[in-house]
Design a protein around this ligand. Structure first.
Ligand code: ASP
Length: 349
């Protein structure tokens, strides 16, 4: 009886130990599984999105050849794919924005970098800005004449300087010190933009939006949940007296805040500055609890009421994409991690 009890007792202990061992092992395995599983989910299911514009203005299918349309679509696609590849591989929204805009700046199709419009004195003066939604850090350059990629200069102002907004020779000096590529002003020359200046100056026709179309912008959401906005432009054809538009003005042509959205604008800069369009969209989301689509449409409504023309691209941390404008066209496109994709030019696409 005693033996039996003892046996039963020792068996009981063995069985308890056995169970505990299993439980511990199971616990460890379970924890390991949870860590690996959530890490896997974190990387593969985290959302990313990228939206670009190549300027808003007067455009029609009738006045654009099929080849030209194809050229624009191909360049927009190339830029988007560059940004998407970076984002998919875990790059920051900032890197994606800079690299995407660089492609558009290097193309003569757009009014930014190579292909910038001319000032009244026949030179090119470029503006660019960038802003991070995570910490509201920002950088901008205006009236630069020899920096090949102004968006890179804006990024370095944000990352490596104690300032936010640099201009003219000072901005060039900074860019040179930071090792950026410096070019002669004539690098930016393109015959079409020069012809546009000459026609305007001879008053052969009135200024129209087509004269400036081609400002470029990009907003991105990375897999870490951060937003960034960037904008780059040559400004407006025949601009005088050191005129600076909205594109390098934080809050006017460009803004990003992880709590609301990232915005890049294009259009008649004077109106965008007066309405502080990019910050206005963010503010409507913050103070009025509006979603990014409604806030952007409201901003374009205010712009139209005032007589301004142009458009915006915007993106929130949920990956909601906005491409709104009140002109007959805006070069634009987006790609999301869900696989959704669009590239368009005209209003009725
Ligand atoms: N917003 C730019 C400027 O006024 C031009 C444009 O986007 O078309 O300088």
């Amino acid at each position: 009886m005693q033996w039996s009890n003892a046996k039963n007792f020792s068996h009981h202990i063995v069985s308890i130990r056995f169970n505990v061992k299993i439980t511990m092992k199971a616990k460890v395995l379970l924890i390991l599984f949870i860590i690996l599983f959530t890490a896997g989910i974190g990387v593969s299911q985290q959302k990313y999105a990228i939206v670009i514009h190549g300027g808003a203005g007067v455009m029609s299918r009738q006045s654009m050849s099929a080849e030209r349309m194809e050229e624009y679509r191909a360049k927009l696609e190339e830029a988007l794919m560059k940004g998407e590849t970076l984002l998919k591989n875990g790059a920051s929204a900032t890197d994606a924005v800079v690299e995407t805009i660089r492609i558009l700046e290097d193309s003569p199709l757009f009014n930014a970098g190579k292909g910038a419009v001319f000032t009244s004195s026949g030179t090119n003066e470029l503006d660019a800005s960038i802003m991070n939604g995570s910490d509201l850090n920002a950088g901008a350059v205006a009236r630069v004449t020899n920096i090949k990629n102004p968006i890179m200069a804006a990024r370095l102002v944000m990352d490596n300087s104690e300032h936010v907004f640099l201009s003219s020779e000072g901005a060039s000096e900074f860019a040179r010190k930071e090792g950026l590529e410096i070019v002669k002003n004539k690098y930016f020359f393109t015959p079409a933009r020069y012809e546009s200046l000459k026609q305007l100056q001879k008053k052969e026709r009135n200024r129209n939006q087509a004269d400036n179309t081609g400002t470029v912008g990009c907003v991105a959401l990375d897999i870490h949940g951060n937003l960034c906005a960037g904008t780059s432009t040559g400004g407006m054809t025949n601009k005088k007296y050191g005129r600076i538009g909205d594109s390098p003005v934080i809050g006017a042509g460009n803004y990003a805040d992880n709590r609301t959205c990232a915005v890049s604008c294009t259009g008649h800069g004077e109106y965008f500055i007066r309405l502080a369009v990019a910050k206005d969209i963010s503010a409507m989301m913050e103070y009025k609890n509006m979603n990014v689509g409604d806030a952007s449409r409201e901003a374009i409504k205010k712009l139209s009421t005032m007589g301004g023309t142009g458009g915006v691209i915007a993106l929130d941390t949920q990956g909601n994409v906005v491409m709104e404008f009140n002109t007959s066209g805006m070069y634009r496109g987006y790609i999301k991690s869900s696989g959704e994709k669009e590239i368009a030019i005209f209003a009725n696409e």
